[in-house]
Design a protein around this ligand. Structure first.
Ligand SMILES: NC(=O)c1ccc[n+]([C@@H]2O[C@H](COP(=O)([O-])OP(=O)(O)OC[C@H]3O[C@@H](n4cnc5c(N)ncnc54)[C@H](OP(=O)(O)O)[C@@H]3O)[C@@H](O)[C@H]2O)c1
Length: 354
């Protein structure tokens, strides 16, 4: 997609999480008379493609306001997310932000893994006439609203529930525990780095809340009525769950789903998602190659956050890295979401709608 003279309201920077999806969208972008590229051929070139705009997006609010955005692909390879690729992946994210700047986007959301790479370090881009967000505030709103709704539907009362947060010292994990700390029976906190977890748990204990924590999930999982999983890694091992536990799996790659096959009685849904009741348009229409959900017009909370910022004209960095998400911001984002016709997504997981 070429650079243009008129500005765009927002840009979404993202990456793909598996090779079959990449094969589908790469072949869709090539002219129809060209031979289909195999996954093997694509793997040989994919990581060398510079970040670039792939399609434009148009979104309309029930208030009548219409905004235009662009999806910028980083071309980060799905099997190169580990620490040894950190430097080259960070460079790809920075190049993607440059691409957004060239396309004159006023606001940029760093989607999925790209926000974790920069960790809210937006300083390099202060001179640009645009604002950035990780999108984690609205993601947290949808995670929490999903948990509240699931609890109600399963006749669970939150202040009688023990809630386990996996990824408790992360941006979304801390935002969830801060929101829930006064409303649930006990918070069970899990992360791998013991010192960071201990410091955070001690801080909450000093505030007077009932907290149990461990770096070993086995110490916590069996007690949890509700589990929120927002860890940025796949290496999670979980067993011995409480009967009929509610699980909000909001991490990527999906944290828990494929580890729970023997637990047929739990209620597991993909959290952090919204549904744009007014729809949206992709130009060109790559929906078939970028959209894999069981209901129409679903979107990640992080992406919807920048859409709401554009509708509301918020010209300041909104979600800016670990520890900065407040209850007020979570509630404000959810209010804007409803105002602009964007609802919590229906419950679903990889098997379909629940
Ligand atoms: N649904 C959506 O729309 C949406 C939007 C944005 C982000 N996300 C996803 O949400 C997740 C969290 O994002 P974030 O920005 O909060 O990430 P973050 O700040 O990097 O936090 C990740 C947390 O996970 C912990 N962790 C990592 N591996 C773990 C493991 N194996 N077991 C237990 N804890 C583990 C980390 O602590 P240690 O390193 O100490 O373990 C940290 O507490 C990511 O997967 C992200 O892709 C979803």
């Amino acid at each position: 997609m070429d650079s243009q003279t008129t500005s765009l309201d927002f840009a979404v920077i993202g990456h793909q999480d598996n090779w079959p999806n990449i094969q589908s969208f790469i072949n869709a972008m090539r002219t129809t008379d060209l031979e289909e590229l195999s996954i093997e051929k694509i793997k040989g070139i994919y990581g060398y493609i510079p970040p670039r705009g792939i399609f434009k997006m148009r979104v309309k609010s029930p208030t009548g306001k219409e905004i235009n955005g662009v999806y910028i692909e980083t071309f980060i390879e799905p099997d190169q997310l580990e620490a040894q690729h950190l430097r080259s992946n960070i460079q790809k994210v920075k190049n993607a932000i440059e691409a957004a700047h060239t396309l004159k986007a006023k606001m940029v959301i760093l989607g999925g893994f790209t926000s974790i790479l920069l960790e809210g370090n937006f300083k390099d881009f202060e001179s640009y006439n645009m604002v950035l967000t990780t999108g984690n505030t609205l993601t947290t709103s949808y995670v929490l609203k999903g948990v509240e709704k699931a609890a109600k539907e399963h006749q669970l009362v939150l202040n009688e529930c023990k809630v386990l947060i996996i990824g408790a010292t992360g941006d979304i994990g801390m935002a969830c525990s801060n929101y829930l700390k006064g409303t649930v029976k006990q918070l069970l906190l899990c992360a791998r780095n013991r010192i960071r977890l201990e410091n955070y748990a001690d801080q909450l204990k000093r505030e007077g809340y009932d907290i149990k924590y461990s770096i070993d999930l086995d110490d916590l999982a069996a007690e949890a009525d509700i589990i929120i999983s927002v860890a940025s890694s796949q290496g999670i091992k979980i067993s011995n769950l409480k009967k009929a536990a509610i699980i909000c799996d909001a991490g990527y790659p999906k944290n828990l789903e494929d580890k729970l096959e023997q637990h047929t009685d739990v209620f597991l849904f993909h959290g952090g998602m919204g549904q744009l009741t007014n729809g949206y348009t992709f130009i060109p229409d790559y929906t078939a190659h970028f959209y894999y959900y069981p209901a129409p017009f679903l979107g990640h909370g992080c992406i919807i956050e920048v859409i709401l910022m554009a509708f509301e004209g918020i010209m300041e960095n909104y979600s800016t890295g670990r520890g900065n998400i407040t209850k007020e911001k979570i509630d404000k984002m959810y209010h804007w979401s409803r105002k602009h016709g964007i609802e919590l997504a229906p419950f679903y997981n990889s098997k379909g709608l629940l």
